[in-house]
Design a protein around this ligand. Structure first.
Ligand code: MG
Length: 400
């Protein structure tokens, strides 16, 4: 038996188990891509600024979406994320699962409970939550609008000076909120709107600290556009890279183009799978990053890359971009050959590239042309491909 780990000062429960039906999207809203990453990835990045362990609570069907979101984050951030636990029927029961998971691992002294839908929690707000004392502390924002209480029989203006909107992260003494959640669940009360309500029900004294009006909760369909605009504003350094590649034909019965195998009278020769289009796109992303070229990252002399599926080269370039805190905005590739015909495979290629790059389909273009039987492609000696990639980087990283 190993001795118990020392208590952590703070841990974070990040609640991402909701279905997000109010946001009007089929996909759970935490997995909708906003500015090149899922909302959940943005939320994790935001709370990671505290440097505390993060306990995610996810939906039972969302394990692969969660893993994909995690892959979009820098390694230093991923290292803070504990294995996810599956949430319950309601938000309240999901939070309880997160607290129980922390209790099993290494109970912290204090826990911050936060909704993934608030992907813009600032470091200052998180710090205020972590530094708060008292068993139950919640971020509160003063009302700026006039507030009416409206009902069928009588409506009236409320005194807004006494009203507060409550946000997350909410901060609690871990032992106290864990007991409150266990008691609430045991009593059959399972649908409290948030943890301050659970704490109040359990008789914990509630204290308030200053919330942040910018700590928006993404709930309505229009909130995604606002969130995207805000995130893009943080990535103002727009760069365009270009790539070019050629592979010669040799004996074989198919070629790989953009991750799709296409039947042909020949194969393409190369150390890897010779996916000329994917190589050009990989070089375009590396070019936009000014991070060398595909040959410097994956030398043809290295036997590890013999016969390699080229998607690993492209994934590597996209990962380098994410490590820099940037996003891929768009890729555009052109295949130059007399044959095979690319058109019938265009949509399959776009879908494959979009999946590898973590892009929506409308940000992936694939085109094809012949060279009018001129030159080496015209003589059917091989296939050439050119590509461009547009990336966005945060300003503080530029010039490094
Ligand atoms: Mg190549």
């Amino acid at each position: 038996m190993s001795s118990p780990a020392p208590a952590l000062p703070v841990a974070i429960v990040l609640v991402a188990a909701g279905k997000g039906s109010r946001a009007g999207r089929e996909q759970a809203k935490q997995y909708v891509r906003v500015a090149g990453r899922t909302l959940l990835a943005h939320a994790i990045e935001a709370v990671a600024t505290l440097g505390a362990p993060i306990q995610p609570v996810i939906g039972a069907a969302d394990a692969s979406d969660f893993a994909a979101s995690l892959a979009e984050l820098r390694e230093g951030i991923r290292a803070l994320v504990l294995p996810p636990v599956i949430g319950g029927e309601t938000r309240q029961l999901s939070v309880k699962e997160g607290l129980e998971a922390l209790a099993r691992r290494s109970p912290p002294e204090r826990v911050l409970i936060h909704d993934a839908a608030r992907a813009f929690a600032s470091r200052a707000l998180l710090r205020r939550a972590a530094d708060s004392t008292g068993p139950a502390m919640v971020p509160a924002v003063r009302m700026t609008d006039t507030i009416w209480e409206v009902s069928e029989t009588s409506s009236r203006v409320l005194d807004r000076t006494a009203l507060r909107a409550i946000q997350t992260p909410q901060a609690f003494a871990f032992d106290r909120i864990l007991v409150a959640h266990r008691d609430a669940a045991a009593s059959g009360s399972v649908d409290f709107p948030d943890d301050s309500a659970v704490a109040e029900w359990a008789g914990l004294p509630i204290g308030f600290f200053e919330g942040d009006p910018d700590n928006m909760k993404i709930t309505q369909p229009g909130d995604f556009a606002a969130a995207e605009a805000r995130l893009l504003a943080g990535l103002p350094d727009v760069r365009i890279g270009q790539g070019y590649d050629v592979h010669a034909f040799g004996p074989g019965a198919s070629v790989w183009l953009g991750g799709v195998e296409i039947s042909h009278t020949h194969a393409l020769l190369g150390h890897s799978d010779a996916d000329v289009l994917m190589h050009a796109i990989t070089d375009a992303i590396l070019g936009a990053l000014a991070e060398g070229d595909i040959g410097s990252h994956f030398p043809p002399s290295d036997p590890r890359w013999k016969g390699a599926s080229s998607d690993r080269f492209l994934r590597h370039a996209v990962d380098l971009l994410r490590q820099r805190g940037g996003m891929l905005a768009h890729v555009d590739g052109t295949v130059i050959c007399e044959a095979p015909k690319v058109g019938p495979h265009r949509d399959a290629i776009r879908a494959r590239l979009a999946e590898i790059c973590g892009l929506t389909l409308d940000r992936v273009a694939v085109k094809a042309t012949t060279s009018e039987e001129l030159g080496f492609t015209g003589r059917r000696e091989g296939i050439a491909a050119i590509a461009t990639a547009t990336i966005r980087l945060p300003l503080e990283r530029s010039g490094s």
